[in-house]
Ligand binder design. Structure first.
Ligand SMILES: Nc1ncnc2c1ncn2[C@@H]1O[C@H](COP(=O)(O)OP(=O)(O)OP(=O)(O)O)[C@@H](O)[C@H]1O
Length: 253
């Protein structure tokens, strides 16, 4: 039986200010190793808050989260930093590359921070660059490559340390349709080849149809979930139907 990588119980998040806002109202969710799940829902429904609580960017108000049976919120700052670097990989809409570094240096950053030796770094870089088809751009700078290439580099950086969970927030939001296809195909093959569990927020039904399961959040609660069968086109249609039913969704077609 597949192991659970991520376990979320009764997750709540309140933003306090002049007005208290309940962004998440008690979400239960689990993700098994090797699973690829997309998170969808109308704008403002709580998708990014959900992802940010899991990625430890945001602190939950109530409830608990375990990743590989460890509770990140019980770790001290130093342990948490190490936990993020070893267990998690992040991919964002705007790539978040460091412009003063070369592509190669960007990809190697997580290993350098963990003092991995030079030989091992080179071995992993060669493997990942080959896999992602970015060998020829390794010596370039960030401004010399396309958006699709930047996202490949960001993905390489996110998976070079072999995280057990890859978290992605609108990873195709800044890409043209050709790059969307190739980046999503990569996500699929990373999931299958390296057995990396993926949790991805997206507005785009086509992008979500690459996942094996889609969960829908509405007004801070888990509204529904659907599973992909054999037929991807049919899955896409089911996602569209659910979004239409949910209302308020931005269906980027
Ligand atoms: N730091 C914050 N302080 C106060 N309210 C916040 C904060 N961050 C998010 N919210 C509110 O919480 C709710 C959920 O926000 P969140 O960004 O998670 O939604 P989302 O589903 O990701 O939206 P979108 O699809 O538009 O990105 C929104 O109403 C938002 O205004």
């Amino acid at each position: 039986m597949a192991e659970t990588i991520l376990n979320v119980k009764q997750l709540q998040k309140e933003y306090t200010g002049e007005i208290t806002y309940k962004a998440l109202k008690g979400i239960d969710f689990h993700l098994d190793e090797n699973e690829f799940v997309a998170v969808m829902g109308p704008s403002g429904s709580g998708k990014t808050t959900f992802l940010n609580c899991i990625s430890t960017i945001d602190r939950p108000t109530n409830g608990f989260i375990t990743i590989n049976s460890k509770s990140p919120y019980e770790l001290n700052d130093e342990e948490l930093a190490k936990f993020r670097r070893t267990e998690l990989g992040f991919v964002f809409q705007d790539f978040n590359l460091v412009h003063t570094l070369t592509i190669e240096e960007n990809i190697l950053l997580p290993l350098a921070l963990d003092s991995v030796n030079e030989k091992e770094m080179r071995r992993r870089l060669a493997e990942i660059a080959n896999f992602l088809g970015i060998r020829e751009i390794l010596k370039k700078r960030t401004f010399e490559i396309s958006g699709g290439q930047k996202q490949r580099v960001a993905i390489a950086r996110a998976v070079i340390h072999e995280p057990s969970l890859l978290l992605a927030d609108e990873p195709t939001g800044n890409l043209d349709s050709k790059s969307v296809n190739s980046v999503m195909t990569l996500f699929e093959s990373i999931n299958k080849t390296f057995n990396t569990a993926i949790l991805m927020v997206t507005h785009d039904a086509y992008v979500a149809s690459f996942a094996q399961r889609v969960i829908f959040i509405k007004d801070g609660v888990l509204y529904n979930e659907i599973h992909r069968g054999e037929n991807k086109q049919q899955f896409y249609q089911e996602i569209m139907d659910t979004l239409t039913f949910l209302g308020g969704g931005r269906h980027e077609l």
